[in-house]
Design a protein around this ligand. Structure first.
Ligand code: NAG
Ligand code: NAG
Ligand code: NAG
Length: 759
């Protein structure tokens, strides 16, 4: 027998496949072998078994293990040759990827992951807790059913719970993979279509736009303004023209049967402006904000984004605040607050001395109700209105404000800040509260980012996130990282990051319980897009108000720490200027005077003084930024949580702050309001006044790293105190805000210009 080339090939192939088959057999055998061990271990239902299970879950779920499901099928198209894939021109690679994906998953579409019985379970790496909860449920069910032995958990019960546990792990694995895959698809969509200047495959682009964003109706919003002689046609897209201080309207702007809305937004968003999402409920705050903007000589146009849920009366008073003459606006006769608060400050006579000119404001109303697919109408939570506002405004460079935000410097200054100039996205940090998150939470969000070498993005030249993102407060274990009352962003440059926030809004778990509203979503969305071009303001949120000077009112009577107790977080620029505060300008957002008068330190006050304090604006004299927190979880989310646990346990050995001493008090125990023997242990200590919005902040805190020699080390924060002139300016602004309650119309005011279109 001669060995022809063909025979050799057949022989080699046979041997290779034999080896492969046996490898598969061995691995599946050993797989089931390990599976059995795993099963034995977890069926012990004791501390060790639970701990091993927790470790295994963290290992299996770790973001470094994530691989996009379609990766293999894609690289197989190119015979597994990574170098070759990297060298193919982008458009060809993109076409191959999306065509292949469509072929394998013809019906794929964005999934809300809200089907019954399929919920992401954040307790799967806390097996003990999972068991305790299920045991409790089982027993209470038995008691209800009147069964005997309703208080005994048997080994069989434990086994049943274990079956439930395993099924929860399986479900969570599926959802975890599916969500990460969705975001990977969006990243490739960004690279191949949205951010690709030479995109060729429009049909594929449009088709994946509808698959990925079925919740966005292919429609532009309706723009309305009373500041224009002609009503704007329904399909117009206004582009603000700085030179004539008016909008140039692009007529017949958008053809929904042929155009791609997301692409349209990317190409046609122009100019700079302020965006506020508002409903009727927010309108009183927005009126006050508009007055402050006038006092700050704001020249930027304003768009108020709504869903048809702001009534005509609210819009009218917003227009009055924006367009009324100064004589009316600052007239002491239109509201009692003018006389009751700082009566010596006659704004009409003195406004020029504060540099204010009160220019009229250009306000436009943007109704986005039609821009959302009706079947998703109730899926967007309330806070997502801000994200929709950012999406649908016609501005390119946007300052997005909460209705209860108060700017203390002109909006232009934010756009001129080095942080914005450098990155096109300027964000603010939250209060450094000592609230932590869980491994599965921070790990989940990291998995949504391009964060490991196995990820398919390396083949598409999409950069992986770096330590900049991975060292974010949130990803290193803390609950609060961003404060979203002000967002300054170039929407066009960072559009993909914005689009990333929509799935976060639509997926309930594990997002909803991990993030407070929209607040972390801006930096998260950008990081998910692989876009790290954002900058946070240097200082974390400050407590803004007055330093406690009366020793009788201090919570730590012998501490050298400065104290500012306030319900207003604020933000100080890198050069020490107060930029903005949150929660309006009232002393307390809801007037809690009556409730709070018996609490420390207000029980030391004269009742009349206290009532005045509660009904007046906050006095801004200083801002205190407490010291930063150490890392809670190491960068890269290690599987071993011992250091994290030890750190948390070490808090129990520290002395207690007043928000820890006075919880779970026993009968007869009395509150401790004043601590005489030690210093603050945390930078932010929650106070019981003002409905839980109030915190006391400290600039000298006992450090988490204490030297061995018995001396006490401190972490230091920063105190900013404002001079008299600056303080007077803040008083002036507070009065401008505070006097905005009037519901009077200027004489001769005609309000017939705006046609409110019915939805
Ligand atoms: C059932 O599980 C618990 C842990 O949740 C354990 O303490 C207990 O010993 C187990 N009972 C039996 C009978 O296996
Ligand atoms: C609206 O959403 C549904 C459900 O995902 C989808 O079937 C439909 O095509 C969407 N409609 C539009 C106009 O996008
Ligand atoms: C529109 O706003 C500008 C300021 O941007 C103002 O000067 C002008 O009077 C307003 N026009 C109308 C019709 O209200």
């Amino acid at each position: 027998m001669r060995f022809t080339l063909r025979r050799i090939t057949v022989l080699v192939l046979t041997v290779v496949s034999l080896i492969m088959v046996s490898l598969v057999l061995i691995s599946s055998f050993s797989g089931s072998y390990f599976h059995r061990i795993d099963k034995l271990a977890s069926e012990k239902f004791d501390e060790v078994g639970f701990r091993n299970s927790n470790l295994k879950v963290r290992q299996d779920f770790h973001y470094s293990k994530y691989v996009f499901s379609g990766t293999e099928s894609f690289i197989n198209l190119f015979n597994d040759d990574h170098e070759k894939i990297k060298s193919i021109p982008l458009n060809d690679k993109c076409m191959a990827f999306f065509k292949n994906f469509e072929h394998n998953n013809p019906d794929w579409e964005f999934d809300k992951y809200d089907s019954k019985g399929m919920q992401y379970d954040k307790d799967i790496d806390k097996k003990q807790r999972f068991f305790e909860e299920n045991q409790k449920r089982l027993l209470s069910q038995r008691k209800q059913d009147g069964e005997p032995n309703a208080d005994v958990i048997t080994h069989e019960d434990n086994k049943t719970i274990n079956v439930i546990f395993k099924s929860q792990v399986e479900k969570t694995t599926i959802i975890d993979q599916g969500m990460a895959d969705t975001i990977t698809m969006m990243r490739l969509y960004g690279k191949c279509f949205l951010n690709n200047p030479d995109v060729k495959e429009t049909e594929l682009y449009n088709s994946f736009t509808s698959k990925l964003f079925p919740y966005l109706h292919n429609t532009i919003p309706i723009f309305e303004t009373s500041n224009s002689t002609d009503p704007l046609p329904e399909d117009s897209w206004p582009i603000y023209n700085e030179i004539n201080d008016d909008y140039d309207v692009v007529h017949n702007a958008f053809n929904s049967s042929t155009d791609n809305f997301i692409d349209f937004i990317k190409k046609n968003s122009k100019g700079r402006g302020i965006v506020i999402s508002a409903t009727t409920r927010h309108s009183r705050d927005v009126v006050k904000l508009v007055r402050v903007l006038r006092a700050l000589n704001n020249k930027l146009p304003i768009q108020i984004i709504h869903k048809g849920d702001i009534n005509k009366r609210s819009m009218e008073f917003l227009d009055i605040a924006a367009l009324a003459d100064i004589d009316f606006l600052l007239s002491p006769s239109i509201s009692a607050e003018h006389r009751d608060f700082l009566p010596e400050l006659n704004m009409l006579e003195q406004y020029r001395s504060f540099g204010s000119e009160f220019p009229k404001q250009n306000i436009m109303y943007v109704n986005v109700a039609n821009c959302i697919n009706r079947s998703f109408k109730y899926s967007f939570p309330g806070y997502s209105n801000k994200l929709l506002a950012l999406m649908f405004t016609s501005f390119e460079e946007v300052m997005l404000l909460d209705a209860d935000t108060v700017l203390l410097m002109g909006a232009e200054k934010f756009f001129e800040a080095p942080e914005y100039k450098k990155s096109g996205a300027f964000f603010f940090k939250d209060r450094t509260l000592r609230d932590y998150n869980d491994f599965l939470e921070s790990n989940f969000f990291t998995k949504l980012m391009p964060a490991n070498e196995n990820s398919i993005e390396t083949l598409f030249d999409i950069p992986l996130v770096t330590e900049k993102t991975l060292s974010n407060k949130f990803l290193t274990g803390w609950r609060h990282s961003q404060e979203a009352g002000v967002i300054v962003i170039n929407k066009v440059d960072h559009l993909l990051g914005l689009l990333m926030t929509f799935p976060l809004c639509l997926w309930k778990e594990p997002v909803k319980s991990s993030i407070w509203g929209d607040k972390e979503m801006y930096w998260l969305g950008m990081s998910m897009a692989g876009d790290e071009s954002y900058e946070f303001n240097k200082y974390a949120a400050a407590s803004v108000g007055e330093v406690t000077t009366n020793p009788k009112n201090k919570h730590y009577s012998n501490s050298k720490a400065n104290e500012i107790c306030s319900s207003h977080p604020g933000h100080v620029s890198s050069d020490g200027k107060l930029m903005w505060i949150n929660s309006g300008f009232s002393f307390c957002k809801k007037n809690g005077y009556y409730r709070d008068r018996v609490k420390f330190p207000f029980n030391q006050y004269d009742n009349k003084d206290l009532a005045v304090m509660f009904s007046n604006p906050l006095k801004v004299r200083a801002a205190l930024v407490p010291p930063d927190l150490p890392e809670m979880r190491a960068i890269g989310s290690p599987i071993d949580d011992t250091p994290e646990k030890e750190f948390k346990d070490s808090w129990k050995l520290r002395r207690k702050d007043s928000d820890e001493i006075n919880v779970n008090m026993k009968d007869g125990q009395s509150r401790v309001d004043v601590i005489t023997d030690w210093d603050p242990q945390k930078g932010w200590v929650k106070s019981s006044v003002c409905f839980g919005y109030h915190y006391c902040a400290y600039d000298l805190v006992e450090s988490y790293n204490q030297p061995d020699d018995g001396s006490i080390a401190y972490d230091r924060g920063v105190l900013f105190e404002f001079d008299d002139e600056t303080s007077r300016k803040y008083d002036f602004l507070s009065k401008v805000w505070h006097t905005g309650n009037s519901r009077t119309r200027p004489e001769g005011w005609v309000y017939a210009k705006m046609e409110i279109r019915k939805q």
